[in-house]
Design a protein around this ligand. Structure first.
Ligand SMILES: [Zn+2]
Length: 313
């Protein structure tokens, strides 16, 4: 099971799978009920299942060849992938009575509605991306001879190779693009050197601590625009900006303690001027609000010292 999740994750997709000890924390809950076959809810439907219910089950041994492809298949359902043989563009013409008979027999004993749901029903074309059928997909079933009438080459049976096909990999990477690397965290009293070409941008994160005033500023002679966003419910909202273009000063933003505990994202971009010149940016811990005078003094001193170090590099 862990291997199956790893196989998908190793494609570099932007999803994290984390095992949790407490079932109430799990969005994906896997059961191994040997009397219930192997299945999974599909995509976001997984999130709507009651916390006491599994969202995926395995009804047979996962360590043989068939089991080794069942595990990534069910994980594929959880990622939102439907069955490839239900692709409306597959052009498959079934011998329907034979399909009902085959899946109604041992070992599945599916009632007709289950065979219809899992095999014969074509997925609505509006729910499908792409137009071609991938018979090598891990989301494709194995079918013995006699169930498929068309395309003629599958009359003798369909035997997908098992494992993820090239198209599986391509599509899932498209659906779940890699996460952006975490932004560097700007630390109080530490300057970060920025090497900015004209018109370019540099991004960073700021995490204000409780009961502190913050100032974030740039130093040097290039014109810069400093912009801060706050993350609210997973979305970035504009917070404030300062632009020193054409002025004999540096862009600077003050934050009060109401931002404590928030995660802020800043970016610095340059106008033109002084190509290739190193810039610095610092997150500075001010004083507690109860002593603003002394805080103002320190705020002025410390970053200039760290800037001097950087400028000498
Ligand atoms: Zn399936």
């Amino acid at each position: 099971m862990r291997k199956a999740f790893k196989e998908w994750k190793d494609l570099g997709i932007g999803l994290e799978f984390t095992e949790v000890a407490d079932r109430s924390e799990a969005e994906v809950r896997i059961a191994f009920d040997q009397s219930d076959g192997s299945w999974s809810y599909v995509g976001r439907d997984v999130l709507g299942i009651s916390a006491n219910e599994p969202t995926m089950n395995f009804g047979w041994d996962l360590s043989d060849d068939y089991g080794r492809t069942t595990a990534p298949h069910e994980v594929g359902h959880t990622l939102g992938l439907p069955h490839e043989h239900q692709n409306p563009f597959s052009g498959i013409v079934w011998d329907e009575p034979k399909v009902y008979e085959y899946f109604g027999g041992a070992p599945n004993h599916w009632p007709p509605e289950q065979t219809l749901h899992n095999v014969l029903r074509k997925i609505d074309a509006s729910e499908v991306e792409g137009t071609s059928w991938d018979p090598d997909s891990v989301m494709e079933y194995w079918f013995p001879a006699g169930l498929i009438k068309e395309p003629a080459r599958f009359q003798a049976g369909l035997n997908p190779p098992g494992g993820l096909s090239a198209a599986d990999k391509e599509w899932v990477r498209k659906f779940f693009p890699a996460l952006k690397p975490e932004l560097p965290l700007l630390q109080p009293f530490q300057s970060a050197a920025l090497s900015l070409a004209p018109g370019s941008q540099s991004d960073f994160a700021v995490e204000p601590q409780a009961s502190r005033k913050f100032e974030i500023g740039t130093f040097g002679t290039a014109d810069t625009v400093l912009v801060l966003f706050e993350e609210v419910d997973g979305e970035l909202r504009f917070c404030c900006r300062d632009d020193d273009s054409g002025e004999d000063r540096n862009s600077r933003i003050s934050l009060n303690s109401s931002r404590a505990g928030a995660t802020l994202f800043g970016c610095v971009s340059t106008g033109q001027v002084n190509q290739g010149r190193q810039r610095s940016c610092t997150g500075e811990n001010g004083q507690r609000q109860s002593s603003p005078g002394r805080g103002a003094l320190q705020r002025r001193k410390t970053p200039r010292q760290s800037l001097a170090n950087i400028a000498e590099m």
